[in-house]
Write a protein that binds this ligand. Sequence first.
Ligand code: PEP
Length: 266
Amino acid sequence: MRPVIIAANWKMHTSPSDAGELARTIAARTREPHVVRVICPPFLCLAAVGEALAASDPEVAIGAQNVHHELAGAYTGEVSAPMLEGLATWVILGHSERRRDAGETDELIGRKLGRALSAGLRPIVCVGEQLQDREAGRADAVVRNQIEGIFRALEAGNEARSTVVIAYEPVWAIGTGRNASGADAAAMTGVIRAGLAAQGFVAEAEDVPVLYGGSVTSANIGEFLGEPSIDGALVGGASLKPDEMAGIVARAAITAAARLGQPAAR
Ligand code: PEP
């Protein structure tokens, strides 16, 4: 059975002086059973968030928003996977804002994926089409190609690959207030899992959690979690708002309880 995961992408928001307090507040407002919670602050805030959560709610996992594809070297301003030891256990890879601003390609994201897995980081790999792709009926093909390009180089025998999480994030829905429909997102989970199976994840493709991301709020999370093939959300803007996170995680707890065959806690 797949877990229900709510991951917060704080993007380039917060500072070391306020990130710990925000993490503590969100953790306290989202203490729901059976939901995997992950907070991904900026690199500079990882230590402050780590200290705050260690003292208040160590069940909340901490993720980085990116990692370099090399272990060390002349890469000014970059952060490698070994440097994250003790600071993060998850990492977001291939976010569309990095594809847009840092020119990240599927091949490069695939190399980052290998590094992340070797370092024991649990990756949230982002895929998603542009608006023009969806309007031209190419959304499925674009996402299938991204999966192929990212996972092509990953060896079938890599045991760590069972930790992979995918986030389907249609680019036109990120930060725009315009979300995909639950049905369209659910249809894309089928494309993603078929793509993973084609890359050798034959037995495990159905076990890979697929999240939806793109203007998720407490008001629309139910549309996504009502789809059995969607396993949670990668939340951007709303993840900085404790009220929103409380609503999103509370709804996630209902799905998590249902998957376990348990009554919801409330
Ligand atoms: C994101 O940053 O991955 C994201 C989905 O952002 P937002 O929720 O703001 O659209």
